[in-house]
Design a protein around this ligand. Structure first.
Ligand code: MG
Length: 264
C-alpha cells in the first residue's frame, strides 16, 4: 500500500488520461467520521456539496455502497443522481430502479432466527446497539464497557457459530461491529462490478474508497482501478491509503475542481 499523496503525480496522470470516472464510495468511516451510534454519523454540508458537484459532472458516475439498509443510506446521503447499494450490496438502487439480490428462503430463515437470538443476547449488555436491516444485521458494541466485552463476544460466537458452520450465515468483523449476513455469494465487490457494468462505460476508471473489512471484497474486485483504504492496513487489497476522512474530502474536492477546469 502506498500513501495516496506520495504517489500523487502518477494518480493525477491516471485520472486525467481517462474520460469517464466511476466513484464508488463507502459511507461510514469514509465519507463521515465513525460516530458513537449509526444515527450520529451525519454527512457534513461540505462533503454533501462536493458529492453533489461531482454527481453533476457529465463524465462522472457516483455510487455509495454501504452496509446500511438502502432506505437508511439514501436518507443519510440525501442526494439524487447517485447510485446506492445498501446491505453490503444486496439492495441496489439507481434512477428509481430498485433491485434486490435474491436470498434463498433457508438463508432468510436462518437470519431471522439469528436475529431473534442476538436481540435477546444484546439486551443483556449495556451499550449494545442492534441494527436490524432486513437483509442483514449489525451488532454494534462500541458503547459496551470494557469489562463486559469478552463476555459479549463469547456469547455472540456461541450463538452464531452453529449458523456459520452450517453455511447459512456469514459474519464479518468491522470496526466495533459484527456484520451478520446471509451467506450468499454477493459482496460489495459484486455491487461495485454491477455498477460498473450498468452505469458506466466499459472504459471508465473506477475509484473505490472504503475503510473497513467489507470493503476489501471491492478492493480485490477492482484491481485495475484506483482503490483507497482510509487507514493504513498491512493486509489490505487496496492500492493506496489515506490516514483520515478529511483526506477523502480533499481528494474529492480536487476531483470536483479538476473536472470544473476541464469543463471550461
Ligand atoms: Mg465504512
Amino acid at each position: 500500500m502506498h500513501y495516496l499523496w506520495s504517489r500523487w503525480p502518477e494518480i493525477q496522470k491516471q485520472i486525467r488520461s481517462r474520460k469517464d470516472l466511476l466513484f464508488l464510495l463507502d459511507y461510514d468511516g469514509t465519507l463521515t467520521l465513525i460516530a458513537p451510534t449509526p444515527r450520529q454519523a451525519r454527512l457534513s454540508p461540505q462533503t454533501k456539496l462536493v458529492l453533489r458537484r461531482l454527481s453533476r459532472k457529465p463524465n462522472v458516475t457516483l455510487a455509495v455502497i454501504s452496509g446500511r439498509a438502502l432506505a437508511d443510506l439514501k436518507r443519510m446521503v440525501g442526494l439524487r443522481n447517485l447510485g446506492y447499494a445498501g446491505n453490503h450490496g444486496l439492495e441496489l438502487w439507481w434512477h428509481n430502479t430498485r433491485r434486490t439480490v435474491k436470498v434463498p428462503r433457508a438463508l432468510k430463515k436462518a437470519l431471522s432466527e439469528v436475529t431473534r437470538i442476538l436481540n435477546k443476547v444484546g439486551r443483556e449488555f449495556d451499550g449494545v446497539i442492534m441494527e436490524n436491516k432486513g437483509l442483514s444485521l449489525s451488532l454494534h458494541y462500541r458503547l459496551v464497557k470494557a469489562n463486559g466485552l469478552t463476555h459479549l463476544k463469547r456469547e455472540f460466537w456461541n450463538h452464531v457459530m452453529p449458523f456459520v458452520r452450517s453455511g447459512t450465515i456469514r459474519v464479518v468483523k468491522g470496526k466495533r461491529v459484527f456484520e451478520v449476513r446471509p451467506n450468499v455469494p454477493w459482496t460489495k465487490g459484486h455491487a461495485a462490478l454491477w455498477f460498473m457494468k450498468k452505469l458506466a462505460s466499459p472504459s471508465c476508471l473506477p475509484i473505490y474508497i472504503g475503510d473497513d473489512q467489507t470493503d476489501e471484497d471491492a478492493f480485490r474486485a477492482l484491481k485495475s482501478g484506483i482503490t483507497i483504504r482510509v487507514g493504513e492496513h498491512h493486509r489490505s487489497g487496496a492500492r493506496y491509503y489515506v490516514r483520515r476522512v478529511r483526506e477523502v474530502f480533499r481528494f474529492l474536492e480536487w476531483l470536483a475542481d479538476e473536472h470544473a477546469r476541464r469543463d471550461h
